[in-house]
Write a protein that binds this ligand. Structure first.
Ligand code: HEC
Length: 136
């Protein structure tokens, strides 16, 4: 009987963890989130009239490579550890905190935060060739 219970428990743990890993879909969940909430201020430099607008804090998130390069001052991603990634840390701050990202508009909701966390925790998967673009 004990063996049976242990076997069932293992099955549950195994199923639960494999569901979590399979859960994050870059194209369906992460890309739309970054495009809606982050890219407009952290895109490639672009012209606005006669001025060139640069990404805020030097942080470009249009490609995985640029995101991994980080900002002028910091690495913002620790692959496999959202809790130690500035990119996530700045998003989970209280809504009235001076440093919260995005600084304008609605903060990320619980679902979005868990997508961001799972994405970083599970290795920052990025579909080959995808370049995020800002919306005008
Ligand atoms: C409306 C513009 C805007 C949006 C949208 C925005 N940011 Fe920022 N971000 C900034 C500005 C301005 C700074 C630099 C000042 C500061 O650090 O607060 C910054 C800085 C950062 C930094 C700190 C870099 C460093 O080394 O200090 C991180 C990390 C960051 N943003 C992540 C995000 C994430 C994640 C999102 C989306 C959830 C996001 N940002 C959306 C404007 C924006």
């Amino acid at each position: 009987m004990k063996k049976l219970i242990a076997a069932i428990a293992c099955g549950i743990v195994f199923t639960a963890s494999s569901t979590i890993n399979a859960a994050v879909d870059f194209d369906k969940q992460v890309k739309p989130l970054l495009e809606a909430k982050c890219i407009n201020c952290h895109a490639a430099p672009y012209k606005s009239g006669s001025r060139t607008k640069k990404p805020k804090a030097g942080l470009r998130i249009d490609t995985r490579e640029n995101l991994l390069k980080g900002s002028d001052d910091n690495k913002v991603i620790k692959i496999g550890d959202a809790g130690k990634s500035l990119f996530y840390q700045r998003s989970i701050l209280p809504a009235d905190h001076d440093d919260i990202m995005p600084p304008k508009g609605d903060p990320l909701n619980k679902v979005e935060l868990s997508v961001l966390k799972d994405w970083i925790d599970s290795g920052l998967k990025w579909t080959d060739g995808v370049v995020l673009k800002r919306k005008e």
